[in-house]
Design a protein around this ligand. Sequence first.
Ligand code: S3P
Length: 457
Amino acid sequence: MPPPGATARRRCQAPLPIPLPRVELPARFPSMTQHVTPAARLRGRVDLPADKSIAHRAALLAALADGTSHLVDYPSAADPQSTLACLRRLGVAIEPRGDLLQVQGVGLEGLHPPDGPLDCGNSGTTMRLLAGILAGQTFDTTLVGDASLSRRPMQRIAHPLAAMGARLDLTDGHAPIHIRGGRRLHGIEYPLPVPSAQVKSCVLLAGLFAEGETTVIETLPSRDHTERMLGLSAIDVDGRRYLSVEGGRRIAARTWMIPRDFSAAAFFLVAGAIVPDAEIHLPGVGLNPSRSALLDVLRAMGANITVKSERTRGGEPIADLAVSTSELRGVSVGGAIVPNLIDEIPILAVAAACAAGRTEIRDAGELRVKETDRLAAMATNLRALGARVEEHEDGLVIEGGRPLHGAEVDSFDDHRIAMAMGVAGLVAEGTTTVHDADCARISFPGFWTALERLREG
Ligand code: S3P
């Protein structure tokens, strides 16, 4: 990698308009209502699903590898399954082999044109990472998603990809995304305007298909799975992190072991801390520091969490976690830590509502462009349960410790909102009804059963 700044920076240009094919949006989830009553105790162990972020990347890299790869513990959750479905449509053979998934890598040049639009479902990671790969293909593709994904901003990937020479056409800044094939991509140096692992990964994956070197510069580091899995080394200069990939770099076939998802563990870490007589064990959870900042925050709030048998799995740190009933107190969260707990903020807000004193969550404006506006959703739902919540453009201020009471709340078709409210219902007097709760299957198909079992434990 040349010294930072040595690569010529190319100016980003707006993509030219391309007439778009009409695409029907897939239907939303079947409606399912979940009733949650207070838990007197929670005991037992939860075998969490494998990490969704790592799973997407393992599938994509296995598809682009030279030779046959295996994925161990690939999750059955809807989002990672969307990635597999798209790859299959691109001609990648993916078959179960016992407990493993076997992926016949096609190399960098071997993807096939799909016979229609690729459906990314609810998965932003599928859409944004795949767009990086598809920008470097010889054929045209169209990416579509469900209603929620079709509202999420895509200019953030179209902009750097256009600067690399790709031609993408968005629909008012959103999906459907039409990607023109046959473009010659060239490396760029791209300072990330938002701390987003999806944008970072999109650009680095496009860099595999570009001439020369592509460098992404982060000032607020986000999850680092892509660079770990591609074996890229980062250079830190003056608070900036430079990550470079050489165009044409081959990807070796291998076995990818996928650790259990810290983001799924987060719901049980909070449940175990706030329910009166609780002790929950969570074995083999991924503890990548770029993902696990909630652990430090919960501990700072007074949560009794133990971390045992620290080891690595598939190049990622993991450990066995246990949590028990705790007296929580409020905390301030903001700044550089936020990208490292971005998906955990809805459940952190539940912990805050149960903590003594005030919790301030700032610098989290990115939550407004997730599967739903998660700041608005959590403010609305926690207020419905009786919590005192101030909503700010970039965060929430919660005066904790008020008794919560059951109410009807909406998941807003967002898996993390549904699960966060399921946990809140464990400590709210009466019944909490979570509407459209089935969306938990986006990341955690067995969530409601796992929560119920802990009551019986
Ligand atoms: C993800 C990155 C995060 C996160 C999302 C998964 C990833 O999004 O919210 O759930 O796997 O790269 P951003 O990168 O857009 O913040």
